[in-house]
Design a protein around this ligand. Structure first.
Ligand code: CMP
Length: 136
């Protein structure tokens, strides 16, 4: 049965700063994702705090929000069959040192903070996160 989904992807400041935007987009396209919405923006720390609210009790929350708002990012809605899981597989583990060969974070990630990309962790959060950046 067909299960077309959308998921939110963010190319984070470390990757945009290193001009990896197009290479990372090619990886999505080569893996069957369509980029159905896309914009390059820089957000305020207060917006990053809203976006990452699920992490607000974590010790890394403030640094995480500081970092996401530190430079331009590319936010995209990616579409494919089972897009949420597929994107998580393509990104690899949160910490680039644990990520499998061939994943985006293995290839481009620098550290657990500068891990180049964010992707929604569930179908429910994908809807919330896409709506956060692309309110129609
Ligand atoms: P991301 O998928 O964007 O979701 C939350 C981010 O928090 C995560 O990627 C990491 O970049 C960052 N982070 C920093 N420290 C940790 C940690 N100890 N565990 C998980 N995520 C962390």
């Amino acid at each position: 049965m067909s299960n077309l989904e959308q998921t939110l992807s963010i190319i984070k400041p470390d990757a945009v700063e290193r001009h990896l935007e197009n290479e990372i987009k090619e990886m999505f396209k080569n893996n069957g994702f369509s980029i159905v919405k896309e914009k390059k923006i820089q957000i305020e720390k207060s917006e990053a705090e809203k976006f990452y609210k699920v992490h607000e009790t974590k010790p890394f929350y403030s640094d995480l929000c500081e970092y996401l708002s530190s430079g331009p990012i590319v936010v995209m809605a990616l579409e494919k069959e089972n897009a949420v899981l597929g994107n998580r597989e393509l990104m690899g583990a949160t910490n680039p040192k644990d990520a499998n060969e061939g994943t985006i974070r293995k290839k481009y990630g620098i550290s657990i903070d500068k891990n180049s990309v964010h992707g929604s962790d569930s179908v429910e959060n994908a809807k919330i996160e896409i709506n956060f950046f692309f309110k129609d």
